[in-house]
Structure formats: structure tokens, C-alpha cells
Design a binder for this molecule. Structure first.
Ligand SMILES: Cc1cc2nc3c(=O)[nH]c(=O)nc-3n(C[C@H](O)[C@H](O)[C@H](O)COP(=O)(O)OP(=O)(O)OC[C@H]3O[C@@H](n4cnc5c(N)ncnc54)[C@H](O)[C@@H]3O)c2cc1C
Length: 473
């Protein structure tokens, strides 16, 4: 692949034409588990806890030094544990996603690391609640919960390959400073976001390249009340929620102008040039998170050289972004960048073909299936697109089973081909719900020597309900 690539970083010419080198075969140390979870992000953390709680010997592979994934690096708030009741007068407020995802957020909230489910007061026809998180506490909280569940957590470890026999995945190849090794197991779940495991295991996939790549910054030294007064004076407060900030209730925890109304023309022009979106959240005084720089690549974000260039471009854009804020927006005069993502984020890398592909009609109509594993109700394109009557739709088990592979599940942003349907299923709380479902299923399969399609739905449903998963049908 690389040998044919003409996209070399920094335009440095290679000495000779790229070619090939045959790597020597190696004898690897091997270990055995029941379930392997690849990727310790949004879905993977919940997935591993769910698997271990079923009694399966579970290993989690994460290539960064911490767990958490995109919510600690890219997003604005966790969307969404509730239905969109505020947009539909008379509709009952319901918490749709419970189970391990809610347990994790409730625990984080209790220790001051999340805002809980603060109600939106403006633009509540987009989401009726806002769950903002302290990104560092989220990493710690999630890692502690994995530890308590008895998951064998390997951070700083890259999933580098898959061992496959016929239609079964037999093992995964890992790389870390301890060397290269193989882990054999009975069930596997790919939660890497980019579907590194499924792709290496030969699963059918495509690369739609239908989103921009993003890095997002946290700005410290921000006078949030001054910023609010400025937006209010321009009649431009587009998003607003109040909640607990630095331990004090009734504080602004989500703020932004919808679109670019209310900002000075020079700021709007500059922001457009760097693809900046300014809606942000916080759990701390003087701090706003997740101001995003977007950059659309001409090629898929799996292309290393294009991504290398994008990483530099996004860092330049973040620097320009903070300078724009300092110059033009009251409250940001002394702001500085206090956090960026270690690498750019993406809303979709590879798309894996599963036994069922959730459609946009399924989402909008609030369809349920005979094999639902949880229900969900948020759509990132609301108020344009909303789930019928502010209700929910079901995520079927089949949507998590990788086509033509007997013992491989996927969870997270790699499912759902229709872009508009994906604008619902890819959101954090959906990924978490998927994680609990796939982790539970993977463990039940491994413990009972079943392949994914042999697992009786009644057994899975029973285990999910025991795990406090909520259903509406
Ligand atoms: C910029 C941006 C803003 C967003 N805003 C919101 C928002 O406001 N609200 C919302 O609900 N959703 C938002 N989303 C969507 C949501 O955050 C993601 O779709 C979701 O978090 C993806 O979860 P995941 O589990 O699939 O992947 P991730 O959470 O990204 O987890 C994947 C994990 O796998 C690890 N990994 C990857 N490859 C390997 C490998 N080969 N070996 C080992 N580990 C590996 C990664 O390090 C990571 O920890 C946003 C997404 C982006 C990109």
C-alpha cells in the first residue's frame, strides 16, 4: 500500500524508489483469554466491563496510555441519555440509556467530573439535556471501573494484526514495549473506532470519507460570564445549559452562538477559514472545552501521510483560533490553549458490513426489532431530523455482528452506512450502549462455546436486563 503512495509528508524526496522488504517470521509469546476487546474508548470501556461482569476472562487493548477515547478528545457533550422530550410538549421525560453507561456517568458526576443530566434552556429541540465531562477525571474513572471489574487492561499497546482460521478470528497480534505477542480467545469485539481489528481480520468494509477530521482545544483563563453577557447583548445565545460548575450549581455549563450570529465579522471570516466551531461546554470555572477545528481531507483518514499533514495544519488552526478569540471576543482576552487531542479525531474511518444496517427511516420512525439490545433517541441533525414523537428506536443485535465472521462483534462509530442514520448511531451514548450489548454477547458466547449467531436472543436479553439496560418494547 505505502509503496504506491505518492503522498509523502513534508515533500521530502526519498533517496530511492519505495519498494518492499520481506519481514522474517517470528515465534511469538502466546496467552489465552475468553474475550478480547480492541480499543478502550467510548464503546470499548463499557464493553470490557460488561464482558468481565459476565464472568469472562477479558482483555482490553488500548494503544494510548489512558482509556476514554473520543469523548475525552473531541466531543462537546455526551449525547444523549434521554429522549428529546422538551421538543415535544406532553411527551414524558425518559432516561433511555441506563446500565453501565449511566453507572459510569453517575459515578463521575458524584465525584465532580460531570454535570449529570443538566437541562438545555435554549435549543432544547436539539438535545434536551447536556452531560459535560471533566476529560481527565473521565479517564481515571473509566480505568478504575475496568480495574474493579477485573478486566486485564493493556494500555500503550497497539493491536497490529489478526489471526484468522476460516470464518473465525482465533487471535490478535499486539505490539508494545514488551514486544510482539499473540492473544488467543473465543470472542472478539472491535471497538477501535477505525475498525482496525475487523479490517485486519478480512471483514468486508468501505471508507466513506464523509466527515472532516478534527482537533479540538480547551481554553483556560476564560471569563464565561463576560462571554455570556457579550453574546446576550448581541441577542446571539444559541445554546445554553446551567448546571454544576466547580462545585457550584446554577452555572453556565454549555454556551455558544448558533452558527456565527453575533460574532464580529472579522472573527466570523477568520473562523470560517480555519473551520472553527465555537459551541463549548465546561465543568470548571474559567475553562471552555472542545472548540473544534475541522478539515476535510481529499482521501480517507486511514491514509497516514495525509493525516500527518492534517495534524500540523490543525495545530496551526488551533493557534489561529485562540488568537481570534483573544482579539475579538470579550471574556477571552487572556485565554490560552490548555488542552488538545494527542491526535486528530474523526467521526468515521472504516465502515464495517454487519448482518443488519440501520436505516435513516428506522431512526426517524422509531422502529424496534425482535433482537433489540437497547434503545436510543438522539439525532445530531435535530431539530431538522428527530426520532418520531420524541421517542426512541431500537438497536438490533444483528447490527453488531460482523458479516461472514462467526465470532467478531463491532461497536461504535464503524456501524451504519447511511450518513444521516450514522448522525444518530455514532454518538457517544449510543456507542456506550452498543458496548454493553456486544461485551455481554461476546462473554455469553465465549462462556457457552457459541458463535455470535448461535446465541439465543432470550439469553442475551435476560443478561442485558439484569445489567439494567432499558427497553421500550
Ligand atoms: C470531533 C468530534 C466531535 C464529536 N462530538 C460529539 C458530541 O458532542 N457528542 C457525542 O455524543 N458524540 C460526539 N462525537 C461522536 C462520538 O464522540 C464518537 O462517534 C464516539 O465517541 C466513537 O466511539 P468509539 O468507541 O467508536 O471510538 P473511540 O471513542 O474513538 O474509541 C476508540 C479507541 O480505540 C483505540 N484504538 C484505535 N485503534 C487502535 C489499535 N489499533 N490498537 C489499540 N487501540 C486502538 C483508540 O485509542 C480509542 O481509545 C464527536 C466525534 C468527533 C470526532
Amino acid at each position: 500500500m505505502l509503496a504506491n503512495s505518492s503522498l509523502f509528508a513534508n515533500n521530502i524526496k526519498e533517496k530511492t524508489e519505495p519498494g518492499f522488504f520481506e519481514e522474517e517470521a517470528k515465534k511469538l509469546p502466546a496467552r489465552h483469554f475468553d474475550v478480547v476487546i480492541a480499543g478502550g474508548g467510548t464503546a470499548g470501556v463499557i464493553c470490557a466491563i460488561a464482558s468481565a461482569r459476565q464472568g469472562a476472562r477479558t482483555i482490553l487493548i488500548e494503544h494510548k496510555g489512558y482509556v476514554g477515547g473520543t469523548p475525552v478528545e473531541g466531543g462537546t457533550a455526551l449525547h444523549s441519555f434521554y429522549n428529546l422530550w422538551k421538543a415535544f410538549p406532553g411527551v414524558k421525560k425518559r432516561q433511555l440509556v441506563k446500565g453501565i453507561p449511566a453507572e459510569m456517568v453517575d459515578r463521575l458526576t458524584a465525584r465532580g467530573g460531570a454535570t449529570g443530566y443538566a437541562e438545555m434552556v435554549i435549543h432544547y429541540d436539539y438535545d434536551s439535556v447536556c452531560t459535560a465531562i471533566d476529560t481527565e477525571m473521565y479517564k481515571l474513572n473509566a480505568h478504575e471501573m475496568l480495574d474493579e471489574a477485573g478486566v486485564y487492561v493493556c494500555v500503550n499497546t497497539l493491536l497490529a494484526g489478526a489471526v484468522k482460521k476460516g470464518k473465525r478470528v482465533e487471535g490478535v497480534i499486539l505490539e508494545s514495549r514488551s514486544g510482539r505477542e499473540v492473544i488467543f480467545a473465543k470472542s472478539f469485539v472491535d471497538c477501535t473506532g477505525y475498525a482496525d481489528l475487523a479490517a485486519r481480520a478480512g471483514a468486508e468494509y468501505s471508507e466513506p470519507n464523509d466527515y472532516a477530521v478534527v482537533n479540538s482545544m480547551g481554553l483556560a483563563n476564560v471569563d464565561i460570564e463576560k462571554y455570556y453577557k457579550y453574546l446576550a447583548s448581541q441577542n446571539a445565545v444559541g445554546q445554553l445549559a446551567y448546571g454544576v460548575r466547580s462545585g457550584e450549581p446554577g452555572q453556565i455549563i454549555r454556551i455558544g452562538s448558533e452558527g456565527s450570529s453575533g460574532y464580529p465579522d472579522e472573527f466570523v471570516k477568520g473562523a470560517r477559514e480555519i473551520g472553527m466551531s465555537a459551541i463549548s461546554t465546561t465543568v470548571h470555572d474559567n475553562y471552555l472545552m472542545f472548540i473544534k477545528m475541522n478539515l476535510k481531507l481529499a482521501v480517507s483518514p486511514t491514509n497516514r501521510d495525509a493525516v500527518s499533514k492534517a495534524e500540523l495544519e490543525l495545530r496551526k488552526r488551533m493557534q489561529t483560533g485562540v488568537e481570534l478569540f483573544r482579539e475579538y471576543i470579550p471574556g477571552f482576552e487572556k485565554a490560552f490553549i490548555s488542552r488538545t487531542s494527542p491526535s486528530l479525531c474523526i467521526r468515521r474511518g472504516r465502515l464495517i458490513t454487519c448482518d443488519y444496517d440501520i436505516t435513516h427511516d428506522n431512526v426517524l420512525n422509531g422502529d424496534y426489532f425482535e433482537d433489540d439490545v437497547f434503545v436510543y433517541g438522539f439525532h445530531d441533525m435535530a431539530p431538522r431530523y428527530k426520532v418520531k414523537d420524541g421517542g426512541s428506536y431500537g438497536i438490533p443485535y444483528r447490527a453488531l455482528c460482523v458479516k461472514n465472521v462467526e465470532n467478531l462483534f463491532v461497536s461504535g462509530m464503524m456501524i451504519t452506512s447511511d450518513h444521516n442514520a450514522h448522525m444518530s448511531t455514532r454518538n457517544t451514548v449510543s456507542c456506550m450502549g452498543q458496548g454493553q450489548a456486544s461485551g455481554t454477547a461476546a462473554a455469553l458466547c465465549a462462556l457457552n462455546d457459541l458463535s455470535a449467531r448461535e446465541l439465543p436472543y432470550s439469553k442475551l436479553r435476560y443478561a442485558l436486563e439484569n445489567g439494567k439496560v432499558y427497553f421500550e418494547s
